[in-house]
Design a protein around this ligand. Structure first.
Ligand SMILES: *Cc1c(COP(=O)(O)O)cnc(C)c1O
Length: 371
């Protein structure tokens, strides 16, 4: 193993989570594994393969580039590009059999023209903005737009969908969004209707429609944090990612010794300081807060001094057995202790999604199967 600092991804956990979610939605509902942003930092291609293997039938990505990367890796499942695709990217998208999100009649027509030049049909999913107020047609525009797009040469409407803004936290608003979706698409004759992200999938079975688009839950993380899980299923999800490294150096320093750039930390009494080869170049954040603590020999050790680009220092004075080459866990379990992405997110003032997605390309992704 060349990499000291690595993100171990348990593909068995991904499969377990997909099977759990497939069972939850039932046989009549398909599952789209959302693998945008390099599979939320876990690696899009291996996660996609594991998810398809365990029962997912669609893949979701943010952009045409992400979709093409999956095709280039040999994945043949249907792929929906969830973000904006301009007509200039339509030819490449169509050649790679990507389904595209559209919310504009003019763009749908241009995509249709491109498809006809290629002698192909562009598959599109019409996006409805029911209250997220990000991409999508407003509900009153939907009947007219669907009529126009459905008669546009070169375009086939494969789906119509919306995105929930508050399925983790606000039932009233969520049910209102679902209701608006139902009304806006009442007369539509389309193959696939879809509404739910992870929180929607777990909390709103009545909104599953034909397909659910699951991201964070696939990776074994709660879509509800910092709130307590609103679905008992969350307790059965298995986090797939463990971030770990090793101790690169350990030494005693005298009372008052300054540690790291700027000498921000000063030893109080003699202290034993270890160096770990991970820093903000790996996504191990420096400011305004760092990750706080790491695990050594199953115990918590505080990060001291400023996190550097490639290295950080931890205080192991209270862990006398700690020695060179010991395993250090930054996210995950070690012995009886664990540090979750949720815990780190709470410290950083963000959500677990950002903690895992912010890992850079440098920590080597190592794929394991613990089932
Ligand atoms: C990212 C995304 C999802 C998945 O959301 P999770 O909360 O991670 O399940 C679903 N739909 C759309 C449109 C998205 O952008």
């Amino acid at each position: 193993m060349l990499a000291l600092t690595r993100a171990e991804i348990d593909l068995g956990a991904i499969r377990h989570n997909v099977r759990l979610l497939c069972r939850h939605v039932g046989a009549g509902v398909r599952l789209m594994a959302v693998v945008k942003a390099n599979g939320y930092g876990h690696g899009a291609v291996p996660v996609a393969r594991a998810a398809l293997d365990a029962g997912a039938s669609w893949l979701g990505v943010a952009s045409v580039a992400e979709g093409i990367a999956l095709r280039d890796a040999g994945l043949r499942a249907p792929i929906l590009v969830l973000g904006y695709t301009p007509p200039t990217l339509a030819a490449e998208a169509i050649r790679h059999d990507l389904s595209l999100t559209v919310y504009d009649v003019g763009i749908a027509r241009e995509i249709g023209r491109v498809a006809r030049v290629l002698d192909r049909l562009a598959r599109v999913h019409v996006k409805v903005d029911t209250g997220m107020h990000r991409l999508g047609l407003l509900p009153h525009q939907v009947p007219h737009a669907l009529a126009e797009i459905s008669t546009t040469p070169g375009v086939h409407i494969e789906g119509v969908f919306t995105h929930l803004s508050s399925a983790d936290s606000d039932p009233e608003y969520t049910l209102w969004q679902v209701q608006r979706f139902r009304e806006a698409t009442a007369g539509a004759n389309v193959m696939l209707r879809h509404v739910c992200n992870s929180a929607g999938t777990l909390s709103y079975p009545q909104a599953h429609y034909d397909l659910v688009r699951v991201g964070i839950a696939l990776y074994g993380l709660s879509p509800y944090a910092p709130l307590p899980p609103a679905s008992p299923l969350v307790a059965h999800l298995r986090p797939a990612l463990t971030l770990k490294t090793v101790i690169a150096s350990v030494k005693w320093l005298p009372d008052g010794a300054r540690v790291g750039y700027g000498g921000r930390y000063r030893c109080k009494g003699a202290c034993r300081i270890a160096v770990i080869p991970i820093g903000y170049g790996d996504g191990f954040r420096r400011a305004p807060q760092n990750f706080g603590e790491v695990l050594v020999r199953g115990r918590r050790a505080p990060i001291v001094g400023n996190v550097c680009m490639d290295q950080s220092m931890i205080d192991v004075t209270h862990i006398p057995e700690a020695q060179l080459d010991d395993e250090v866990v930054l996210i995950g379990r070690q012995g009886d202790e664990s540090i979750t992405a949720d815990e780190i997110a709470a410290r950083l003032g963000t959500i677990n999604y950002e903690v895992v997605t912010a890992l850079t390309a440098r920590p080597t992704r190592v794929y394991v199967d613990r089932t």
